[in-house]
Write a protein that binds this ligand. Structure first.
Ligand SMILES: N[C@@H](CCC(=O)N[C@@H](CS)C(=O)NCC(=O)O)C(=O)O
Length: 218
């Protein structure tokens, strides 16, 4: 069996890298990491040799390259006997829907509030589009917690790809103090206490790269 290698970007800023990294950790899959600082000549030179899209994350498994964060989560889940998704078929369909909604959407929030794990106390001007994204995210998290609280602390009880996909949003909520209801905030607290996420945050805190374009908010 070939070793898995996950190619990622600067931990402080690379929200797409965090998602599959966190799932691989939760699934207990052993993997090596290769990190390239974002927006550097080395990234521009080396990453396209590894990733067909020229972007990170990309998972290397023998001669196979799996790019796109959600596709990596799917592949990792298959390697782990399907444990990356809920067991129940209806819950699994719903988890896939909310994970895809994250992968494809929330553009206003994502562009106004870049992930910046080291930063706290930042403020960005609210716009109707950001508020609409937050309302939808609040509804997803609150409804999942309402329906799956008895099964465990994560969105669908047990940790799944859906949790991994929304982890960077939790970090944005923390950085920019974004408004959410009590139930959604409760799930943020669960995520922030996760030992694997804590490992990522510790490593991000030790990084020195600053990407000026992602340093937003007063
Ligand atoms: N849709 C992709 C997005 C990947 C992406 O945009 N990655 C960023 C880093 S977080 C990147 O590689 N940026 C460098 C570039 O675009 O040159 C995914 O889900 O993996």
């Amino acid at each position: 069996m070939h070793e898995l290698t996950l190619v990622i970007g600067t931990r402080n800023y690379s929200s797409w890298s965090l998602r599959p990294w966190l799932l691989l950790r939760h699934l207990g899959l052993s993997f090596a990491e290769r990190l390239f600082d974002l927006d550097t000549p080395e990234f521009a030179r080396e990453v396209p040799k590894l990733s067909p899209s020229g972007r990170v994350p990309v998972l290397l498994h023998g001669s196979l390259r799996v790019w796109e964060s959600l596709a990596i989560c799917e592949y990792a889940s298959e390697l782990a006997g399907g444990r990356g998704w809920p067991e129940d078929g209806a819950a699994r369909a719903r988890a896939r829907a909310v994970a895809t909604e994250m992968h494809a959407g929330f553009q206003a929030l994502r562009s106004a509030c870049p992930m910046n794990t080291r930063a706290v106390g930042r403020r960005v001007p609210m716009t109707p589009a950001i508020e609409a994204d937050l309302r939808r995210i609040d509804a997803i998290w609150s409804e999942c917690r309402r329906d799956f609280a008895a099964a465990g602390p994560w969105l669908f009880g047990r940790f799944s790809t859906a949790d991994a996909m929304y982890a960077p949003v939790v970090l944005r909520v923390r950085t920019y103090d974004l408004p959410l209801g009590e139930v959604a905030r409760g799930w943020c607290t669960t995520m922030l206490a996760d030992p694997h996420l804590q490992d990522w945050l510790r490593a991000a805190a030790a990084e020195s790269q600053v990407v000026a374009a992602d340093e937003v908010g007063a």
